[in-house]
Design a protein. Structure first.
Length: 329
């Protein structure tokens, strides 16, 4: 058995085992001032399960982290965000990107570290104003933009270059985070997201998504249309994306013979078509805002439904542009 010591004090990764970090502060302790990696488990040659303690969330967070089969020096980091379920369909056993797509295989020969957070259904990857009785304490923006960055880049040979991508809820979250933190991410990609949250469609989709998971939408940013919503709307804050490579895709609600669907997907196709038409409407609102603000966007309009089979294709189409942005010095 080979033991590899990572560049984080007190953390050792052993193939097939979890080794706790004795130096990490206990959850809830007064000394837990910043995020700490508690354990790393090597699951496959290209995938690790990482457990992090988040001071902002006051609990541990699980991540799936993909690394190249053959590593070559320091690498950029891509954060890949889930949809509304955020791992709940597998009782948070893994990221939905891993459950439903072949991203581990796709990125195995790419010189990039891919971080896939597990959890946060209906969170929109944001800091909520109030703890929700059902969904709990959400501080995903702080976790993703502040807490994870130093510990992940130290443990996985990060070179300081970052990108964000996400599907559906994760698409909205990715664009919101990138716009609110100008310069932190070199690229952002959004697949089938509702990117105009203040529109009638955007508000309805967001409120329905949170309510469908048992949460109170007002606990996120306050009542729809309030200042909190405006502060997190990608269309309103599109100027924050200047200088960032932006890739946006959406389907038109029609099937595509080039994308294989499972029997379950075929049954759900009518619903997936309706959802995708709604996402396209929100996306067009965002594109109009980007045009007015003179923010360049690479837009991929294609045939497709609101389904993982299409998002699996989307990440591959988006990757060349993301890779170029991450590689440019």
């Amino acid at each position: 058995m080979t033991t590899a010591t990572l560049a984080v004090t007190g953390v050792t990764a052993v193939a097939g085992a979890v080794v706790s970090a004795p130096a990490a502060a206990a959850p809830g302790s007064a000394t837990a001032a910043r995020a700490s990696i508690l354990s790393i488990k090597k699951v496959t040659t290209t995938r690790s399960r990482v457990t992090v303690y988040s001071p902002s969330m006051r609990r541990t967070i699980a991540l799936d982290v993909l690394t190249p089969a053959a590593r070559s020096g320091k690498r950029p980091t891509l954060y890949l965000l889930d949809g509304i379920d955020a791992g709940s369909s597998t009782n948070f056993a893994q990221s939905d990107w891993l459950r439903a797509t072949d991203v581990e295989k796709f990125f195995a020969d790419k010189q990039v570290t891919v971080v896939l957070p597990i959890g946060g259904p209906a969170s929109y990857y944001t800091d909520w104003n109030r703890t929700d009785p059902t969904l709990g304490r959400y501080a995903w923006e702080t976790l993703l933009t502040t807490e994870l960055r130093p510990v992940i880049e130290a443990a996985f040979d990060g070179n300081g270059r970052r990108a964000l991508a996400g599907a559906s809820m994760g698409a909205s979250g990715a664009l919101t985070l990138a716009a609110r933190h100008p310069g932190q991410y070199r690229a952002v990609a959004a697949f089938s997201g509702c990117l105009n949250l203040l529109s009638a469609e955007g508000t309805a989709v967001t409120v329905t998504g949170i309510s469908g998971k048992g949460g109170n939408p007002n606990n996120m940013w306050g009542p729809p249309g309030s200042a909190g919503w405006r502060a997190h709307d990608p269309s309103t804050n599109v100027k924050g994306l200047r200088g960032t490579y932006v890739y946006v895709s959406a389907g038109d609600g029609r099937g595509d013979s080039g994308v294989a669907l499972s029997p379950t997907d075929k049954i759900a196709a009518p619903i997936g078509a309706a959802y995708e038409v709604g996402a396209l409407t929100c996306t067009r609102g965002f594109l109009s805002a980007a045009t007015r603000a003179k923010v360049p966007v690479t837009f991929d309009l294609h045939r497709g439904y609101h389904m993982w089979a299409f998002w699996s294709r989307d990440i591959k189409r988006a990757w060349p542009g993301i890779d170029k942005a991450l590689s440019t010095r």
